[in-house]
Design a binder for this molecule. Structure first.
Ligand code: GDG
Length: 473
């Protein structure tokens, strides 16, 4: 097998395992943003991608797909339960999202996390050519940078953290906080979504490890008494804006947007939420505000429909099972109180849709509600903006989503302030077309001038510039 000059390591491979009607097994490209982001880089480099295929207990040899060398990492059903559902999604995810749900600290999960991170690191080391560049992705693999540096000091190692990095007072709850910081510091460049995330990380490094930090630079001691520099700074992720614009301009998608509106009974206003069903997204807060607006008589069910797409997510983790019950109870109550034979208050869809349908929904929506309680970036906000080629529509955006740093022309809200959220929804509904246009043009400028390709190029340039900066003492 050829060794690769550029290697991506992520929890998931960029493909899904599909079983056809006749039982035949094939691979399909998964639709995720990371795949699109790295596509140009993977094509130009002699690239390999190390990751899990998404199903337990599958033993698959490395294979080629769409010009990329894919290296499957096997996870047993127990690994999935302990490393993925347990430590990644029931410890790190809630802790790093400001303990919206209570993180669970289990030593058995931590053991599994270390074991599985080691497996990813070994697979990446085996496929990397001498002096290759390795780019590790996200919170499931925080120990991989250090493990790789120990086994392969010749490599240039980058790490990008897609979710928030919490304030020190919360991070310090983690019983294995020093090991996690050391794990991340194995990278030459550690990328975050927001400036605040990079600041929280640097503070944790100073407080826990007593390493010196200066601007974005961190002085990391080597085992032999010398030191090296690592860079920790913000690289806000974005989307493939032109593909959303292209879909939004297609006749089929535009016709579908009209059809969606008609099938909802042609309400004067459509409000939209699109999220993985996750407690970080503030779905309940937005429902509470909307329900109260109906109760108060400030809006009428004949005029306003709220469409909520909540795509299924992490369905075996207890907090997600409970969240689904709570949301569905709230939807049932609000609809029960306000629906008529012809109009529904909330059209709730616990389903996943193709991208064409998502863009049609974006085009049909007068108001997009992004009310996350905490979110690394939130790509949905950017996708809505990119899709509004007509310069219409209003984005209501939580200040706790990373996107809020860039999208200053949105109506920014604090989702915990239900009164403020209600007023913001009313303001969005009543906003004159001229103001919608002014704001949307400004939002679009930002999203179109900083795409996901810019994100990966900026990160890799920083990695290239930073590698090998030794400091001896
Ligand atoms: C993590 C961080 C950060 C959702 N439902 C459907 C569907 N989606 C797509 C959206 C969007 C993506 O999934 C979700 O991205 P977000 O950024 O909104 O949120 P997370 O999944 O939590 O992502 C986040 C991101 O990583 C990238 O760094 O921004 O903060 O939490 O693209 O459109 N897509 C389709 N059907 C659905 O039903 N096709």
């Amino acid at each position: 097998m050829e060794k690769a000059e550029f290697v991506v390591v992520a929890n998931r491979l960029p493909v899904d395992h599909i079983t056809g009607a006749d039982g035949e097994q094939t691979w399909g490209r998964s639709p995720g943003g990371l795949v699109t982001a790295l596509d140009p880089v993977m094509r130009n480099a002699d690239g390999a991608w190390v990751g899990w295929v998404g199903q337990p207990d599958l033993d698959i040899e490395p294979f080629e797909f769409d010009g990329t060398h894919l290296v499957p990492v096997r996870l047993s059903a127990e690994d999935v339960e302990l490393y993925y559902e347990g430590f990644s999604n029931d410890t790190i995810w809630p802790l790093y999202h400001d303990v919206i749900a209570a993180p669970r600290y289990s030593r058995v999960w931590w053991e599994a996390y270390q074991r599985v991170n080691r497996r990813f690191a070994d697979a990446a080391a085996a496929v990397s050519a001498e002096n290759a560049i390795v780019w590790v992705q996200d919170y499931q693999l925080q120990l991989v940078p250090q493990m790789l540096r120990q086994s392969r000091p010749d490599l240039t190692i980058g790490y990008f953290h897609h979710i928030p990095f919490p304030a020190y007072g919360l991070f310090s709850q983690l019983p294995w906080r020093r090991q996690v910081l050391q794990g991340l510091l194995g990278a030459d460049v550690i990328g975050f979504q927001r400036v605040a995330d990079a600041g929280n990380f640097a503070r944790a490094v100073r407080r826990q490890l007593r390493y010196e930090t200066k601007a974005s630079g961190i002085t990391v001691p080597n085992d032999d008494g010398t030191t090296r520099r690592a860079l920790a700074r913000a690289f806000p992720i974005s989307i493939d804006a032109s593909s959303y614009m292209q879909l939004a301009r297609s006749e089929q998608v535009q016709a579908r947007a009209v059809q969606i509106r008609e099938s909802l009974g042609n309400p004067a206003y459509i409000l939209l939420g699109v999220d993985r069903l996750d407690y970080t997204k503030g779905i309940q807060h937005r429902m509470k505000a909307y329900g109260e607006l109906l109760d108060d008589g400030r809006i009428q069910v004949e005029d306003v429909t709220f469409v909520q797409v909540a795509s299924p997510s992490r369905e075996r983790v207890a907090a997600y099972i409970q969240l689904r019950d709570e949301i569905e109870l709230a939807v049932g109550r609000i609809n029960g109180d306000h629906d008529t034979m012809h109009h529904t208050a909330i059209r709730y869809l616990h389903q996943a849709y193709p991208r064409e349908e998502m863009v049609a929904l974006y085009l049909a929506a007068d108001v997009m509600l992004v009310t996350a309680l905490r979110d690394g970036m939130n790509l949905v906000a950017k996708e809505y903006v990119a899709s509004r080629v007509d310069n219409r529509g209003v984005l209501v955006l939580s200040e706790f989503a990373g996107a809020s740093d860039e999208l200053g022309s949105a109506i920014r809200i604090n989702p915990h302030d239900i009164g403020g959220l209600k007023d913001a929804i009313m303001r969005a509904i009543e906003m004159p077309a001229a103001e919608q246009g002014r704001r949307m043009r400004s939002l679009r400028r930002r999203v179109l001038e900083h795409t996901v390709e810019d994100w990966s190029r900026d990160f890799l340039q920083a990695l290239d510039a930073f590698h090998g900066r030794e400091e001896t003492q």
